[in-house]
Design a binder for this molecule. Structure first.
Ligand code: GCU
Length: 616
């Protein structure tokens, strides 16, 4: 038996790998104290609070360290740091939109939050949970280091040792550093704004000593090419934080289905396999969610789960056994009209509302896992989701450490959302340059994704080489062999030639797999009108979409959908045309004020026609 890591269980149907990261899933169902709100901060570009003047890391007890103590205790004390309300910032929220001087800031900011908390049971455990912090977070409580996390878009939690937590006056400090590095994920270069800070919810969570760390209750992987059985089969598992007491059991209940299943608990992970009574399958047209409770003798957690199957079958994608066409749109986790990262329920609602206005049934959340609120809202609104980790452009594919960093982000992404019916595709990256080293790196990520969850499709956005363009373009990237869905980005008419080049261009892939266009688009500054040959005008963009849509009508049978680039104009440090861009990528179908551009109506008309055609 190959040792993956974490916990392996040999079930009736082979191995289940329950992850390595000790992330607590379904966190919103847990007893918790929100630590959102105003936090004090210290801007520390020289990391003076972390290193001494010889640039050696300060040791834990050093009073100069910014994780230690508060403001000057008495007038004789030489104290050169402290936290006062005059310097306060909102959490969650990127720092860039909160203070003008932070707009371009990349570096360290220290955050401090004081709170009181009394555990309801001394035997319980407490964890500090972060929805996301960009990029590196060093976390301290009452002067004690709890841990360090890297990765700007996935959740993490640290256990609070019982001896560290106080009933009153807890002192939580987080050193946040969003500096970019060549050996990180993403690497130095991205076409999005490197918003820094504690960008998603923070909470103190209280759980029993032995608790349900993570669980997966989904329909068994469907490879039949048919609709799932009326009484579909569930395949899953329940992972506890530690080995349970003797005689422990795991119970799964779905009251609405009058369903209850009790099984003896495994060592730390208990395999689940049972048939459900007749269910309403989840789909965009019927986004039915069931209340599912998983419990043991000491713990219980409840979630809202939809049951559906998704599979790449030959050259089709089948949702509940029926062919699916994805009318998609790519989205950045940003609210343009406020120039900030998205993190509220209303933000999620805005982005999905705009997508629905385009008549989409699918969204590609690019290029990193978005806030959990949007995948949960997609579940209830019936919007299919492509979720991706930021293995973007020129990651250091030669480095084992970088591969490990990418795997941790992949596992955190999957652990958080593997019970979301809306999520149908795990993407392991975007536009990564072809080489054997890169393909091995990406292949290893695809394998890991399947190990963690074999019920969804895996993919990656492949690149097209524009210099080689001719009338028949084949997507033959070697990575295509290992994905379920062959997805590619094409910008014919923006980065390659003029839009009318589409009239003589065709696309195909040698892989007998479904084919998806994960990006296409051109810049058009909202309100700038000119003739259609004028780049950056709404008319050029409109022409671009007209030619694309006509070309899409000639796509091969393998063509199962598209997610154009991009829903909204978004901030990018790479876009510096002083007249039309000014730090914005202008490929949004909506401009940064929320106005629809002319191209919006071209794409919508195409989707309306596709919806009629596919009756989906
Ligand atoms: C790329 C990339 C996007 C980028 C877009 C563009 O394909 O994946 O992140 O923003 O093209 O150039 O606008």
């Amino acid at each position: 038996m190959k040792k993956i890591f974490g916990v392996l269980v040999l079930s009736a149907w082979g191995l289940i790998a329950a992850g390595q990261v000790n992330l607590i899933s379904n966190i919103d169902a847990r007893k918790s104290l929100s630590l959102n709100g105003k936090w004090n901060y210290i801007v520390d570009p020289y990391e003076t609070g972390f290193y001494d003047y010889r640039y050696k890391e300060l040791n834990e007890k050093n009073p100069e360290a910014y994780w230690n103590t508060d403001i000057q205790a008495n007038r004789t004390e030489k104290k050169e740091h402290g936290y006062i309300d005059k310097y306060s910032i909102n959490v969650p929220g990127d720092w860039n939109h909160q203070q003008p001087e932070f707009t371009f800031y990349e570096g360290t900011i220290w955050y401090k939050k004081s709170f009181d908390y009394q555990k309801s049971d001394a035997g319980n455990k407490c964890y500090i949970y972060f929805g996301a912090v960009n990029y590196r977070a060093d976390v301290y409580l009452n002067g004690k280091k709890l841990g360090m996390h890297k990765g700007g878009f996935t959740p993490f939690n640290f256990e609070v040792p019982a001896a560290v937590l106080k009933d009153k006056g807890n002192f939580l400090v987080v050193k946040v550093d969003n500096k970019r590095h060549a050996d990180e994920v993403p690497t130095l270069n991205t076409d999005w704004w490197n918003y820094g800070g504690i960008t998603r919810d923070v909470k103190l969570v209280e759980v029993p000593g032995t608790f349900i760390q993570d669980f997966m209750v989904q329909l068994k992987k469907n490879t039949s090419g048919k609709a799932p059985d009326k009484s579909p089969e569930v395949e899953g598992w329940v992972k506890l934080n530690q080995a349970p007491a003797a005689g422990e059991t795991v119970t799964v209940e779905i009251p609405e289905l009058k369903f209850k299943k009790v099984v003896p608990a495994g060592a730390q992970v208990t395999a689940l396999n049972f048939k459900l009574p007749k269910v309403q399958l989840w789909s965009p047209a019927t986004p039915k969610l069931y209340t599912v409770t998983v419990s043991t003798k000491t713990d219980r957690t409840t979630d809202k789960i939809g049951f559906r199957t998704i599979e790449a079958h030959g050259i089709q994608v089948l949702l509940n056994g029926k062919p699916l066409f994805m009318r998609g749109i790519s989205i950045h986790g940003e609210i343009p009209q406020e120039v900030r990262r998205a993190y509220t329920q209303e933000d999620a609602a805005q982005l999905l509302r705009q997508s629905k206005e385009l008549n989409c049934n699918m969204v590609r959340l690019a290029h990193y896992p978005h806030d959990e609120k949007i995948t949960r809202l997609a579940d209830s609104l019936g919007m299919l989701v492509w979720s991706e980790i930021p293995v973007y452009w020129t990651i250091d594919f030669t480095s084992k450490e970088v591969l490990e960093k990418a795997k941790v982000q992949l596992e955190e992404m999957i652990t958080r959302d593997h019970n979301r019916a809306s999520v149908i595709i795990w993407s392991v990256g975007n536009e990564t340059p072809i080489s054997t080293t890169r393909t091995d790196f990406m292949h290893s990520l695809l394998t890991k994704a399947r190990e963690l969850d074999n019920t969804r499709m895996v993919s990656a956005a492949l690149e097209v080489n524009y210099s080689a363009l001719n009338d028949m373009n084949v997507i033959d990237d070697p990575l295509g062999e290992f994905v379920d869905l062959v997805a590619f980005n094409e910008y014919l008419g923006w980065y390659g030639g003029l839009p009318d080049k589409c009239r003589t261009t065709n696309w195909d892939t040698p892989y007998q797999k479904p084919l998806f266009i994960s990006e296409t688009g051109g810049d058009g500054k909202g309100g700038f009108h000119a003739d259609s040959l004028t780049r950056f005008s709404e008319e050029y963009m409109e022409w671009y979409y007209k030619e694309q849509v006509a070309m899409l009508k000639r796509m091969p049978a393998k063509y199962v959908g598209i997610s154009p680039w991009v829903l909204n104009d978004f901030r990018s440090p790479r876009r510096n045309n002083p007249l039309y861009q000014e730090g914005w990528n202008r490929k949004g179908l909506f401009d940064d004020k929320g106005n629809k551009k002319k191209a919006f109506y071209i794409l919508k008309a195409y989707y309306d026609q596709k919806q009629k055609e596919t009756k989906q």
